[in-house]
Design a protein around this ligand. Structure first.
Ligand code: VG1
Ligand code: CO
Length: 542
């Protein structure tokens, strides 16, 4: 039976960079999750009888919210829900299912790289029929509905079995439990040269793939070990756990340090890769060479033709504004357009749908292409393997040669986490007020050429997104970017991004933090980070 439940709005259901993310106890409040899911449906039109995809990264509270979402979807008139077995779907796999089966949209449950557990993070995100995160217009509409909601509709059906493949019913809606891995593995097989990858592993090439006890475990096992013949043991931490083993499922030099150290050791594997909570991020490490995500995008663009899916060339490249301009140089050389978008994958959707770009990337360990409408961790790893197999060279050689051809964009991000919100807001406010007076001033031997608050004009639908980060550009091409994170769940996180271009190959072996020392000091001088936040160093450096 369908019940209509009276409820009151919560004022804090504004989706951030990637959906609504809060601590688990916030989602556990009576009606909280139900309100948000009903608000999503209230902001949509024309879904009656259509298909919805539901899946998540397996974190704590995933199963509970899936049960609620199924019952609310049935009560709102969806014809069918496709749900990943055990409630599991990686973010890129969910995007693929939406596209492949022409679903109306999907609900992805994840807080990505944030920790999981009873007192950690949870998240709910809506993806549209193109398989991509809801654009700002839709997230604004969802937020507006959440502030006015008076009731939600829910079926009183009992617990639904989401662990057995096959179909069942709730009210008039079909529930189909699907294999979360199969369609995704087939998609990867259609993009890359699996035969060459099998040969690579057969030849003794050693790799470690760290799933960080998050969602890519089963995907990595099936693709790398079962289909590509990589030896057992290639996949590490492959069992998804609701609390990710107590760690941050964030593939970077801080949280995936053990993998990094292993690849760098003499007896360690030739190649290392890791993915995040929901499987859309990737970290790439070769022996003696960590590949920054910004460089990775540029390198994949430069080598795209080596992968069967991109053999005819790419239409264009897009990167988020804080991502380094390494990809811009490749785009220029191969004669394709390069777009600069605000942070967050939702801004790439229009460019991909319009066929303006093929590859996209963010400095935050995110890379993807037009094969889905999300960034895709394992896809990036397979792309790298394809490039390595085709070139027959090590990661280190491939990267060094790339820098010699295009120059090197030294790049780093400094995060100041859990700063008091008022303090972080004051820092940004002061910085904004200072913008007009910055050009022409000298800081640490650098002259400010331009300073602005980044606004994006979407070339496809004409929409404008303002206040997407403060950019300070120096003469000679170096820059510093300041913005506040839109994915955190406690206090504010200040992100400071530094970039400096070095064309001279003789200067490419300098340590990154050393190469950026003047810019790091300039960022402090300009923004007064210490004075505002009371912090004398960042909490995470990537
Ligand atoms: C961060 C990253 C951004 C990424 C977003 C979602 O956002 O900087 O590049 O798209 O996380 O990634 P923010 O607003 O905290 O800087 V994920 O893997 O959480 O879906
Ligand atoms: Co993620």
């Amino acid at each position: 039976m369908i019940r209509t439940v009276a409820t009151k709005p919560f004022s804090d259901q504004k989706p951030g960079t990637s959906g609504l993310r809060k601590k688990v106890p916030v989602f556990e409040q009576a009606h909280y999750s139900e309100n948000f899911i009903q608000s999503i449906f209230d902001a949509l039109d024309g879904y009656r009888g259509k298909t919805l995809v539901i899946g998540g990264d397996g974190r704590y509270y995933n199963r509970e919210v899936i049960q609620k979402a199924l019952r609310i979807a049935a009560a709102n008139g969806f014809g069918k829900v496709m749900v990943g077995q055990g409630g599991i779907l990686s973010t890129p796999a969910a995007s693929n299912i939406i596209r492949k089966y022409k679903a109306f949209g999907g609900i992805i449950l994840s807080a990505s790289h944030n920790p999981g557990g009873p007192h950690e993070d949870f998240g709910i995100k809506y993806n549209a029929e193109n398989g991509g995160p809801a654009p700002e217009k839709l997230t604004d509409a969802i937020f507006a509905k959440s502030k006015a909601i008076k009731e939600y509709r829910i079926s009183d059906a009992g617990e639904i079995d989401i662990d057995t493949l096959g179909t069942s019913r709730i009210e008039d809606m079909t529930v189909e439990v699907i294999d979360p891995v199969k369609d995704y593995a087939e998609l990867m097989e259609s993009l890359f040269d699996f035969e060459a990858l099998r040969k690579l592993f057969k030849s003794g090439f050693r790799m470690a793939f760290d799933s960080m006890h998050a969602v890519t475990g089963p995907y990595g096992k099936e693709i790398l070990e079962n289909r590509l013949g990589a030896p057992e043991g290639t996949c590490r931490n492959f069992k998804p756990l609701p609390d990710f083993g107590g760690h941050h499922p964030d593939p970077n030099l801080v949280h995936a340090k053990a993998l990094y150290d292993d690849v760098m050791s003499a007896s360690g594997p030739d190649f290392g890769a890791a993915s995040d909570g929901d499987g859309d991020r990737n970290m790439i490490v070769g022996k003696g060479m960590f590949v920054t995500p910004s460089d990775s995008l540029a390198l994949l663009a430069a080598n795209a033709k080596l992968a069967p899916a991109y053999a005819k060339g790419i239409a264009g490249v897009a990167r988020s504004m804080p991502t380094s301009a390494a990809a811009d140089r490749v785009a220029e050389k191969i004669g394709v357009d390069c777009y600069e978008t605000p942070t967050g994958w939702k801004f790439f959707g229009n460019l991909l749908d319009a066929g303006k770009v093929t590859l996209c990337g963010e400095e935050s360990f995110g890379t993807g292409s037009n094969h889905v409408r999300e960034k895709d961790g394992l896809w990036a790893v397979l792309f790298w393997l394809n490039v390595i197999a085709a070139r027959g060279e090590s990661v280190k050689d491939i990267v060094t040669k790339h820098w010699a051809t295009y120059g090197r964009n030294y790049y780093s991000r400094h995060d100041y986490e859990e700063v008091e919100s008022e303090k972080a807001d004051a820092l940004m406010r002061d910085l904004r007020a200072k913008l007009p007076s910055l050009p022409g001033t000298r800081v640490r031997g650098l002259t400010v050429a331009k300073a602005d608050d980044f606004a994006y004009h979407d070339p496809v639908d004409g929409s404008v997104s303002e206040h997407q980060g403060i950019r300070v550009m120096f003469e000679g091409g170096a820059r510093v970017v300041f913005r506040l994170s839109g994915t955190g769940t406690s206090g504010a996180t200040l992100r400071v991004y530094m970039e400096h271009y070095e064309p001279d190959a003789a200067k490419h072996c300098i340590d990154t933090q050393e190469a950026l020392a003047d810019l790091i000091a300039a960022a402090e001088d300009i923004a007064g980070i210490r004075k505002h936040t009371g912090r004398d160093k960042p909490s995470v450096i990537t």
